[in-house]
Design a protein around this ligand. Structure first.
Ligand SMILES: *[C@@H]1O[C@H](CO)[C@@H](O)[C@H](O)[C@H]1NC(C)=O
Ligand SMILES: *[C@@H]1O[C@H](CO)[C@@H](O)[C@H](O)[C@H]1NC(C)=O
Ligand SMILES: *[C@@H]1O[C@H](CO)[C@@H](O)[C@H](O)[C@H]1NC(C)=O
Length: 358
């Protein structure tokens, strides 16, 4: 019933999402116990109200001196070790404090069996409060991490100094998406399949993703079906994804974290982002979407539609960009300049024509 090609596509689809954010973890040999190779928890952590621990990593200027505090929300299969490659001079000049954390179940954070759109927000808020970031902070969500960012806009708008969503997910179940825009989209069908499997047949899905006949993720990673030319260049420089090897996927807790995370992102939402009200009425440069025009994972036509529904969001487009724009040189700088200074780089002004064919 399900052809092998469909499954490969499906895994690829998952693959591309987890691709989005990861760079090699830094060489932290202090974490490795030489005798058994086990990773020890060495990062600072906070204990949440429900008893779970959340691990984090602080970068940039010390928070006591910072003018801007930014929480970075990682994507699928990624972690707080992802890079946000903004130039150090800019970080110093603007006084930027960056807080990376492992979302529930990732890296060194405990899983949350009750993960939801809202629980992700409460984790962010509790983290900010325990670390005393003050009444307002910025949130930058990357790829699938953007579902938590949309939720911040919904549930804690009063806590936000500004937001940026980078190659954010499109959920085909959002009621506002016009049928004519998504009818022919093969990604939508794949998502349905994947959701059905994840929901009703996790054992089967688990069996599939750990089968030997599946191509290695490295093959999928270089698949032009999901990545454009610039993405493939980037992928050549990024080694594999620690959480997504077959060995790792065999581990039930890793698989469950990925499965639940995916189901929350692509399941039914209790709100439609295109109906959110403007949390920043006094300033028009505090909410941004960054999108690659040639993104094959998240089509720019749909992203444009979403942005047009939300005139208070500034829409930026990388003309030759695919899904991995966060890794492109200069992009993190542009994100910070737009978010913190309201500056606009003309290179990322969306073009009028829409001739790119999927
Ligand atoms: C990682 O760092 C340790 C010293 O801290 C060094 O001995 C080791 O060679 C490094 N590994 C790599 C792959 O760079
Ligand atoms: C705008 O972006 C382009 C492409 O990344 C970069 O080469 C250029 O330096 C940027 N301009 C400014 C003023 O930051
Ligand atoms: C709007 O925000 C930008 C930073 O993004 C800031 O430079 C500017 O002063 C703000 N304007 C108002 C009216 O608050």
């Amino acid at each position: 019933m399900v052809s092998r090609a469909a499954i490969v596509l499906l895994i690829g689809l998952l693959g591309m999402v987890y691709q989005a954010t990861q760079l090699p973890p830094p060489n932290r040999s202090d974490e490795i116990e030489p005798s058994n190779g086990e990773i020890h928890v060495v990062s600072p952590r906070i204990r949440l109200g429900d008893g779970r621990y959340l691990a984090y990593r602080e970068l940039g200027v010390p928070k006591e001196k910072a003018k801007h505090k930014i929480i970075i929300v990682h994507g699928f299969g990624s972690s707080k070790e992802m890079n946000f490659l903004a130039p150090q001079e800019l970080i110093d000049e603007l006084g930027v404090y960056l807080l990376h954390y492992d979302r529930a179940g990732y890296g060194e954070s405990d899983p949350n069996p009750k993960r939801s759109l809202k629980s992700e927000v409460l984790d962010i808020q509790e983290l900010a409060d325990q670390l005393q970031l003050g009444p307002k902070f910025y949130v930058v969500g990357v790829s699938m991490g953007s579902y938590a960012t949309w939720s911040c806009l919904k549930y804690i708008p009063h806590r936000l100094a500004g937001v940026a969503l980078v190659a954010p997910v499109i959920n085909y179940q959002w009621p506002s998406l016009p049928e004519k825009l998504i009818k022919e989209d093969y990604r939508r069908k794949l998502m349905r399949w994947a959701m059905w499997l994840a929901k009703y047949s996790p054992t089967l899905l688990h069996w599939w993703v750990t089968q030997k006949w599946l191509p290695s993720t490295s093959v999928i990673e270089k698949n032009p079906k999901f990545f454009n030319k610039r993405d493939i260049e980037i992928l050549k420089m990024i080694p594999g994804f620690p959480m997504l090897t077959k060995e790792k996927l065999m581990e039930e807790d890793v698989f469950d974290t990925l499965r639940h995370d995916w189901m929350v992102a692509f399941g039914r939402w209790e709100f439609d982002p295109t109906e959110l009200s403007n949390p920043f009425p006094q300033n028009s440069t505090l909410a941004h979407i960054w999108q690659g025009f040639e993104d094959k994972v998240v089509p720019s036509q749909i992203q444009r539609f979403v942005s047009e529904k939300l005139p208070w969001i500034r829409y930026h487009e990388v003309p030759d960009g695919g899904h991995l724009i966060i890794h492109y040189s200069g992009l993190c700088e542009a994100i910070l300049r737009a978010l913190l200074l309201g500056e606009e780089n003309v290179s990322y002004k969306p073009r009028l024509s829409s001739t790119f064919v999927f």
